[in-house]
Structure formats: structure tokens, C-alpha cells
Design a protein. Structure first.
Length: 262
């Protein structure tokens, strides 16, 4: 009896990625991270493991909620991956025969996004690796479960992002400032929850408008029911702060340091 070959599911690719962050099948086809704001991005692990995307976007800091290892935390890892990509290109330039434009939604680049970006970088820099320092990581290992307290990690993640923005100069200067990527395994629940919490705190807005901002950037986002409940509780804290008017927001300051504070 003839059996059709089993198609690889997105989840099996994620398992491959967890076992081998350099697996071509897991990262070569990865879409770029989705941009929430000029400095804030969200993605799954596939995009976070796709070094060409991080170089292209100038990612400087990463919040890793996947439970995976930190993919690019040392120069050695970055050099090894760039050398591997270059070797593949030199052996078979058909991986991406023509450097793509920045619009990766157009054919024929809809299949191997990261390879297409690499080809552009490789030729633009005359085969030399572009300058790219290892991103600073803030890693949290928690399951995507409604019973998990993700809100306990809101302060540290918000502090990390604020300090990243301040450490590279004027946090409003998006031409030279920090670029922060938040990722989990699928880019749906854990990373979305942290991104929403940050938008709420940064913009002083409630859960619903912050959720819409993040979902507009990445339509797949959907925090699990427990995380949504915690985000709504977080909104109550922000509203209590707002009731103080122009005075110091004690409840917020108690947990989160403004950008630039030590």
C-alpha cells in the first residue's frame, strides 16, 4: 500500500529548532520578525534563530521566553553561522540567485526568506560579514500555560527594554537606538503577553488598545486565557497610577525603573 509522505508540520519544525538552532529547515524559511514599533519586534523562534533577519534589522537586545538556548549570544556562534551560510551560498548560489528587494512578500522570495536576506547582505558587503555584535539577552523559561504567573516577569522585562533603549542613546532616536526582539516558540502567547504589557506601560493604555497594537503587527498573537486575565489585572494597576494625576506613580515606580535609572 502506497503511503503519502508525511508533511512536516509547523510544530515539528519548532521541535527541530529546539534541538538544533542551526537547522536549515527550521530557520531558512523563517519570516522576518514583525515590527510593533520602530524599536520593538515580536517573532517565533524560527525568526529569532534566523541570523540574517537579526543582522538586517539591527537587533541589539532579545527577550527570550521560548525555553530554547540563546541562539546568538556569542561572537563564535555568529561567525560559525555566517560561515555556514556563506559556504552554502558559494556551493549553490541558486539558493537565491538575485538579491531581493526589501519587499519579501513578492515572489520568488516567499519560500526562503532568511536565505534571501542573507544573499542581499552577502553581496552588499562583498562577502564579508556585516558588523553585528551579539545581542544582549534576557531569558525566561516558562511554559505557555494559563496557570503560570507571567505577570511576575512584567517588571524585569519592562526594565530590560527601557534600559536597552536608554543604553544606546536617546530612546526616541530610532535611527541609532536599540532594537528589541521579543520571542517565544510560536510567537503567539508568551511573547505577545510581554509585548502587550510593555506597550501598556510605555503608552499608559489599557489591555484592549495595547492588544490591538500588537495584533495589528502580528495577527497570530493570542495570549492564553490565564495570561489575558493577568494583563487585565495589570491594567487595573495602571489605572490606579493614572488616578494620581501628575504626582509620582508609586505603584508603578515600586516595580519598574524608568529608562536611564540605575
Amino acid at each position: 500500500m502506497h503511503r503519502n509522505p508525511r508533511k512536516e508540520s509547523p510544530m515539528s519544525r519548532q521541535r527541530q529548532l529546539l534541538l538544533d538552532p542551526y537547522a536549515r529547515g527550521a530557520s531558512a524559511k523563517a519570516l522576518p520578525p514583525h515590527r510593533i514599533s520602530p524599536f520593538l519586534f515580536i517573532s517565533d523562534s524560527g525568526a529569532a534563530a534566523a541570523l540574517p533577519h537579526l543582522i538586517d534589522l539591527g537587533i541589539t537586545h532579545i527577550v527570550n521566553l521560548s525555553g530554547c538556548s540563546d541562539f546568538w549570544d556569542t561572537p563564535e556562534k555568529i561567525d560559525k553561522e555566517w560561515a555556514r551560510l556563506a559556504k552554502d551560498w558559494e556551493e549553490d548560489p541558486r539558493i537565491c540567485p538575485t538579491p531581493p528587494t526589501s519587499d519579501l512578500t513578492q515572489p520568488p522570495y516567499t519560500d526562503r526568506h532568511a536565505d534571501a536576506v542573507f544573499a542581499r547582505l552577502y553581496q552588499a558587503h562583498s562577502t564579508a560579514r556585516p558588523i553585528f555584535n551579539p545581542p544582549a539577552y534576557h531569558s525566561i523559561s516558562i511554559p505557555d500555560s494559563p496557570g503560570v504567573s507571567i505577570s511576575t516577569h512584567f517588571p524585569d522585562c519592562i526594565n530590560f527594554i527601557n534600559n536597552a533603549r536608554e543604553s544606546l542613546g536617546d530612546p526616541e532616536d530610532t535611527s541609532t537606538g536599540a532594537r528589541i526582539l521579543i520571542h517565544c516558540v510560536q510567537g503567539i502567547s508568551r511573547s505577545a503577553s510581554i509585548a502587550i504589557a510593555y506597550v501598556m506601560s510605555d503608552q499608559q493604555i489599557g489591555y484592549e488598545p495595547a492588544f490591538r497594537i500588537v495584533k495589528e503587527a502580528r495577527p497570530a498573537v493570542w495570549p492564553n486565557v490565564g495570561f489575558r486575565s493577568q494583563l487585565k489585572e495589570f491594567e487595573k494597576t495602571l489605572k490606579l497610577q493614572g488616578d494620581e494625576g501628575g504626582t509620582t506613580r508609586r505603584l508603578w515606580k515600586k516595580f519598574v525603573k524608568p529608562a536611564g535609572s540605575s
